[in-house]
Design a protein around this ligand. Structure first.
Ligand code: IPM
Ligand code: MG
Length: 357
């Protein structure tokens, strides 16, 4: 029996999780996978209930789980809290506690969504890339960090630090992934300015020696931001530090048509955590407009990476593709000639497609 911890989180998190669970349970029935679910609090809801965005009880459940499915955390209600007790810190502490150093963000195109992207079809057609974002180092975690007062003036500090060990482990995962794909790694840095990027680049070159069949290319992050929308087909595996990966993955999502479509897998020492890359979307909470596909596809990644159930994972991905091909869209993907449906109906249709496949 695999134990899945469910962290619904804030904003549209609970709404998209509901559909992710619906589809996960449908595929578990279809493929006879025994699953057990446990709910826990993370983010703003956890602050409201316990004063802590990552309560000890949540951390305990997560360390005992086989995998974790997460919605999203954060919201304007908690925006004025000090950085250390904001909802987002709960997520960052969880990633660190579970040593989830690699965040995989695949950007693939669904053929029926080629016109849904604001980018031209001829630019995006054929795009199939995956971002390996380093997740527990860099600017998000470096010390010193904080604000000091100097009389009237204040000084704020964040620190961008990386060790060779931290770079090697994410680099090796990226190279292994490339070996099963188009055999190209693009390492993104800012080595013309940042010292940490110089170590990053040098370390990538060393790791590359163990993977002679993979071609390694270095790209500066500003150029990468441009290349992603200028010629996204050139990319296979992108590997980059934490904050560059955060920013570039939102940008890359636009290629697919909507950030609501992109799943992620956070992997490390043991159990994995799976979450859509989008945020809590406070403006559409409770309206039934949220796109659950990012969460549904995150459930597919959970089946693939944590439960090693490739057939069930692929069935979910095929079901999503099938429902989109039938012309059903959530409002973020609306186009002429398509039928707009709500969050729950999208979940129902995908779950039905999984069970009847
Ligand atoms: C993401 C999010 C998070 C991040 C926030 C919510 C802390 O933007 O997963 O991309 O920056 O890592
Ligand atoms: Mg982000």
């Amino acid at each position: 029996m695999a134990k899945i911890v469910v962290l619904r989180g804030d904003g549209i998190g609970p709404e998209v999780i509901e559909e992710g669970l619906k589809v996960l349970k449908a595929s578990a029935r279809r493929y006879g996978i025994p699953l057990e679910f446990q709910e826990a609090l993370l983010g703003g809801v956890a602050i409201d209930a316990t004063g802590d965005p990552l309560p000890a009880e949540t951390l305990r459940c997560c360390t005992e789980a086989d995998a974790i499915l997460l919605g999203a955390v954060g919201g304007t209600k908690w925006d004025t809290l000090p950085a250390e007790i904001r909802p987002e810190r709960g997520l960052l502490r969880l990633r660190q506690a579970l040593q989830l150093y690699a965040n995989l963000r695949p950007v693939r195109l669904f053929p029926s969504l080629l016109e849904a992207s604001p980018l031209k079809r001829e630019v995006i057609e054929g795009t199939d890339l995956i971002i390996f974002r380093e997740l527990i180092g860099g600017l998000y975690y470096g010390t010193p960090r904080g604000i000091e007062k100097h009389g009237e003036d204040e000084r704020a500090v964040d620190t961008l630090s990386y060790t060779t060990t931290e770079i090697v482990r994410i680099a090796r995962l990226a190279f292994h992934a490339a070996a099963g794909r188009r055999k190209k790694v693009t390492s993104v840095d800012k080595a013309n300015v940042l010292i940490s990027s110089q170590l990053w680049r040098r370390t990538l070159l060393q790791v590359a020696e163990d993977f002679p069949e993979i071609s390694l290319e270095h790209m500066l992050v500003d150029n990468c931001a441009m290349q992603l929308i200028h010629n996204p087909r050139q990319f296979d595996v992108i590997v980059t530090e934490n904050m560059f990966g955060d920013i570039l993955s939102d940008e890359a999502a636009v290629i697919s048509g909507s950030i609501g479509l992109i799943p992620s897998a956070s992997l490390g020492a043991a159990r994995g955590l799976y979450e859509p890359i989008h945020g809590t979307a406070p403006n559409i909470v409770g309206t039934g407009r949220a796109n659950p596909i990012g969460t549904v596809l995150s459930a597919a990644l959970l089946l693939r990476h944590s439960l090693k159930h490739e057939a069930a994972a692929a069935a979910i991905e095929a079901a999503v593709e099938g429902v989109l091909a039938q012309g059903y869209r959530t409002p973020d993907l609306k186009q002429p000639g398509t039928q707009v449906i709500g969050t729950q109906q999208m979940g129902d249709r995908i779950a039905h497609a999984v069970e009847t496949a």
